[in-house]
Design a protein. Sequence first.
Length: 367
Amino acid sequence: MIKYIGSKRTLVPLIVQLVGGLGQVRTVADLFTGTTRVAQAFKGQGLHVVSNDMASYAHVLGQAYIEADARELDLPRIERQLGELAALPPSPGYFTETFCERSRFIHPLNGARIDAMRPAIDALAHNELERAVLLTSLLEAADRVDSTTGLQMAYLKQWAPRAHKPLELRMPALLAGCGRALQGDANALVRTLEHVDVAYLDPPYNQHSYHSNYHVWETLVRWDAPEVYGIACKRLDCRTTKSRYNSRPRAAAALADLLANLDARTVVVSFSDEGFVHRDEITAMLEPWGEVAVLPVGSRRYIGARIGIHDPAGRKVGRVSHVRNTEYLFVAGVGAQDAVHSCRSGLAAPPRARGGDRAPVVTAPPD
């Protein structure tokens, strides 16, 4: 999976455990799916999952990992297509000029290969899901050789060691089972979305826009050669594409509107203590579901925040205010209290999480 601020990689086992403690669950909606990590975990449990996100790159990931059924895809053909793409000679174009020369997100040698592969994907793919799998492979390959700290607001002053490695296409780890991948505004979507057993909500929680933070991946998927601005060569529409959740005056009303129109038996909300909406406000919004329980989980801030702020010459300026934050998992609906209590008990001796990271630990006493 691609590097992503706000990723729930270390929280996935805990979220799955929470949902598993809610009784019989067959359908789940992940309305701000991002990289689809959480949605993939639900699908891996045999649930029918609906993923949604506004971003084009997130929609492609949703098509590949959530909507596509690995048992129904022609995997040998996709392997051959990946081989054909890998064999294409470099052909520097818009991507290389914009993101490798005018800016330094990807080394020009890999940028020229991306310029060759990206239009070829549209020509090779037999259908939308096959195209999504090929695009996912290219996205993940580009992410493995980028030269950032995980955000595309800026790039490293010197090339990261991984940036010199050759771009390598791999078959994505596709899952059996079917789901739906949607692309739209979550607040509009919930007004027509069919009833689900569980809705998982992980909305943007502060001023940082995912559209700006991952503008390179957005352009790689859209392949629309947009006009750009600034040292980071952001898409011009980064100036106008803003979420209500990125606005302090509008965030609480947006979340309240979403919850008021959501048709779900149980709701799980992930939100940070760095967010615009306070814990008590979210708890009050969830009261119509009956039981409400909150699980605070400590985590490290993203690497860019831990590194600190530097001037163009590379000198450190200012001070990092904090390197850890608290993520709140709110659960509302029948069985919420029991599910959270079970998780607290299970976290007394945290197991090892995927990727060697220690599972998150509860940082506050039970409510």
